[in-house]
Design a binder for this molecule. Structure first.
Ligand SMILES: [Zn+2]
Length: 424
């Protein structure tokens, strides 16, 4: 008996050091694309996780009272450290980042670190599509300040369930920058987008993917939430801003930017998307506007928010790391680059008025197929978007400004047309 228990003990010791298989308790309500399971874990323990079906990505959820410090996954030979990634206001548990596998798998190893008790595992299965690398080349930027070309949802979502519900329109006053918080090692970006879609629709309970656009490290842009013929695609209200999504437009940069920056190609696509949308909506790249602070449960009221902001700017402190520390730190440079790109696109259609200190401003009838009387006001901005002059429009008016000036009409909605002049 004594020998038996000693042997049993040794067996368990060696098995434990290897990894013990974690019994998963599956919840019903799963689908071909999503399975939810719970399991009890101990601290500082190593587990082998085997699933019923192959999966392409996973999120682990723990109580909000704990954190993921020291917890990691072993996928093939890669160690993927886990961290909290709150993107859903409805969460009662703290979710990890979405971890997308290099290929569909049925087992992985999990080290619990400081995590203990009952956890949830959300497994997603995005039936794999062949990569669209060749096609993707046609989805690169083709014009400055026009809508950049992007991969439509009908292509990247092929084979996955349709969105549900009815899209809601929102006027855009803020461009919000996110990161997906996933791995920077991923190379099949379309698979990343497909798994994010499943996370948002199957696990978070959103009607559709939460973001308006997603940008891959190779610069390819994916259209996000679909207007489905009901709402213009770039005015669909998303689900991304700690449940305060009105007036926002979300761009998600694929990758984790806590410790590295997005690629130059990805940043160029971000600038182009933001410049096009902010130009179209007449949103000041360096502007500030009041916006509600989320999540709803925090009752945090509202605050002045940059009109080109990071996700964390609109939430209570430490609610989310998004868009990652390093990308967040360079947002002032992102604003400069977007403002400069916007200037460039304005200049391509503009009339050089004068380069003297006192300038007569007038509407150029050959350039503008509208009458001057439609303009109620004049705004003069410099290249950084700062307002130099604002006044009631007169057909011929004199403004004292240093330097060279360009102008372009810009419409703000019925009865509020404004002549916008940009000063260099
Ligand atoms: Zn975010």
């Amino acid at each position: 008996m004594r020998v038996f228990s000693l042997l049993t003990g040794l067996f368990f010791l060696s098995f434990f050091c290897e990894s013990q298989t974690l019994p998963l308790s599956y919840k019903s309500a799963g689908s071909a694309y999503f399975a939810k399971a719970t399991a009890e874990v101990k601290k500082d323990s190593s587990y082998l996780i085997k699933t019923k079906n192959a999966f392409t990505s996973v999120v682990i959820k723990i109580p909000f009272t704990q954190d993921f410090k020291k917890a990691y996954l072993l996928i093939s030979n890669d160690t993927v450290r886990l961290h909290g990634d709150s993107h859903s206001d409805a969460d009662t548990l703290l979710g990890s980042q979405l971890i997308v596998m290099p290929q569909p798998i049925q087992e992985l190893r999990f080290y619990s670190g400081g995590v203990e008790g009952k956890l949830e595992f959300h497994f997603f299965t995005a039936t794999s599509l062949s990569p669209v690398k060749k096609k993707e080349n046609t989805y690169r930027l083709n014009a400055v300040c026009e809508e950049p070309t992007s991969v439509p949802q009908s292509i990247w979502r092929a084979g996955l369930p349709d969105p549900i519900g009815t899209p809601v329109a929102t006027p855009v006053k803020f461009v919000i920058v996110h990161h997906s918080a996933g791995s920077n090692l991923a190379s099949n970006y379309q698979e990343e987008v497909r798994n994010i879609y499943l996370l948002h629709t199957e696990s978070n309970g959103y009607d559709d993917i939460g973001y308006n656009f997603l940008v891959a490290p190779n610069g390819v842009i994916y259209k996000g939430r679909d207007g489905r013929g009901v709402v213009a695609q770039d005015n669909v209200r998303g689900a991304h801003m700690c449940n305060k999504n009105d007036s926002t437009f979300a761009i998600c940069m694929l990758g984790n930017f806590n410790e590295q920056l997005p690629t130059t190609a990805a940043l160029q696509s971000l600038y182009a998307l933001a410049a096009w949308k902010m130009q179209k909506e007449n949103v000041d790249v360096n502007g500030l506007l009041v916006h509600s602070v989320g999540p709803t449960s925090a009752n945090a009221g509202s605050k002045l928010l940059p009109q080109l902001a990071g996700h964390r700017d609109g939430c209570t402190p430490r609610y989310t790391e998004c868009p990652g520390d390093l990308l967040y730190e360079i947002l002032p440079q992102v604003r400069d680059s977007v403002a400069k790109m916007r200037q460039t696109c304005m200049v391509t259609h503009l009339e050089d008025i004068a380069s003297v200190s006192k300038t007569f401003l007038y509407l150029n009838q050959t350039l503008l197929p509208v009458s001057g009387e439609e303009y109620k006001a004049v705004v003069v901005n410099d290249v950084l978007g700062r307002t130099l002059f604002e006044g009631i429009f007169q057909p011929e008016m004199s403004i004292s400004l240093e330097g060279k000036h360009f102008f372009k009409p810009s419409k703000r909605g019925k009865g509020e047309q404004i002549l916008r002049i940009v000063a260099f």
